[in-house]
Write a protein that binds this ligand. Structure first.
Ligand code: SF4
Length: 225
């Protein structure tokens, strides 16, 4: 019964290849202000902010970096203080020991291998200590050289609800999305889903009746017949 309902919903909205463009266009119109919520002014601050954002909110990171970035301006600055001092300075973002260690390792490598600059090459970013695929994707996208599609909890939930993937694993979800979403939209697509997920397609209580893509969504609770 449940299976036939899901099948019927998928049939009603049509194939994902035909839906992806209108989904992107409508969400872009609805969330014209969708952008990264982390504050930064240069590639180093971007990298640090994204590294600190693991397991915490962007608002929390912004609170911490407002002071952090005034004190630590160059990679050398992160190495010029004892690790405990850096830990105290980033304490409020949680997992401060691992994050301080990763930041110092990354700064060391930036100085040793990249003249103190943040590399643009995706694999070089991935090789930095504590930089996982999601971090490398966010940094690349914000620098205008998106290499993949950022998958966080909102992107996962909305991609599944919209019938764009059936996967659970973020790497497989990213692969499904990369096959579907036009490359020129790789950077903005996650922001659109994240903002739609915060404002409308809320985890426990999606506001389908207010949703601009409800007739393109197989999980819509609005009766479209
Ligand atoms: S129709 Fe409902 S479930 Fe589908 S994207 Fe919109 S809010 Fe989410």
């Amino acid at each position: 019964m449940a299976r036939s309902y899901v099948h019927e919903a998928r049939r009603r909205v049509g194939p994902k290849r035909a839906r992806i463009r209108p989904i992107v266009e409508r969400l872009a119109e609805e969330h014209a202000d969708a952008r990264i919520a982390l504050r930064f002014e240069n590639p180093l601050e971007l990298l640090v902010a994204v590294m600190l954002s693991a397991q915490t909110t962007d608002v929390n990171v912004n609170r911490v970096t407002a002071r952090l970035f005034a004190k630590y301006r160059r990679p050398e600055d992160y190495l010029a203080v004892p690790q405990e001092e850096l830990e105290r300075d980033i304490f409020a973002t949680g997992f401060f020991r691992q994050k301080a260690k990763a930041l110092r390792g990354t700064m060391r490598m930036l100085l040793d291998d990249y003249g103190g600059e943040v590399p643009t090459d995706f694999d070089a970013l991935l090789a930095l200590p504590g930089v996982a695929r999601k971090t490398a994707n966010v940094v690349s996208a914000e620098r205008g050289v998106a290499q993949g599609i950022v998958v966080d909890t909102h992107v996962r939930r909305l991609s599944q609800r919209l019938g764009l993937t059936r996967r659970e694993d973020p790497v497989k979800i990213e692969r499904d999305l990369a096959r579907l979403v036009p490359r020129e939209d790789w950077a903005r697509f996650p922001h659109l889903l994240i903002w739609h997920g915060r404002r409308v397609c809320i985890a426990r209580r999606p506001l389908c009746e207010m949703c601009v893509v409800n007739e393109l969504c197989p999980a819509s609770r609005v009766d479209a017949r």
